[in-house]
Write a protein that binds this ligand. Structure first.
Ligand code: ZN
Length: 153
């Protein structure tokens, strides 16, 4: 699932909870709950027919667009409306929401670190054997992000 969705869920949890440690833990758990729902993006990579180099370029493009959208939200008023205390919980929630994919990335790059965590992440990811199309996956993630953004106080 896109980083934007995980970060937005983490920010919302941080805003609602207003406790940095609890926000981090709940956002970390929310990552797996969101990844459990079939969301199509694994096929964006798996079913790509190009060579390895163009596959890597495609992954970088997807992550770059994802990060640009996420940065746009981070500097927008959506995430930071209340006091500094809430801001700390929101930041903590965003980090907790993104950490699982960061650890997965560390394993992908090292091929050693966080191996069990990596397996657990994709076990959750592939638990429900429904495969939406890429379009359905994007539409689903846009709708989820919209609902999360509308839920901010
Ligand atoms: Zn993930």
């Amino acid at each position: 699932m896109l980083l934007t969705v995980h970060a937005t869920a983490g920010a919302l949890i941080g805003q609602q909870i207003n406790n940095p440690l609890l926000a981090f833990i709940l956002s970390f758990v929310s990552h797996f709950v969101l990844d459990l729902v079939p969301h199509g993006d694994q096929d964006w990579i798996d079913e790509y027919k190009g060579d390895q180099k163009s596959k890597v370029v495609k992954i970088i493009m997807i992550v770059a667009v994802d990060i640009v959208i996420l940065l746009g939200l981070l500097v927008s008023r959506f995430y930071f409306i209340d006091s500094f205390a809430t801001g700390l919980s929101i930041a903590s929630g965003i980090i907790g929401g993104l950490l699982p994919d960061f650890l997965v990335g560390c394993h992908e790059l090292s091929n050693r670190l966080f191996k069990k965590f990596y397996r657990f992440h994709f076990w959750i990811h592939d638990l429900i054997k429904v495969k939406p199309t890429a379009f359905q996956g994007v539409a689903f993630q846009v709708i989820i992000t919209g609902i999360l953004l509308l839920s901010f106080r």
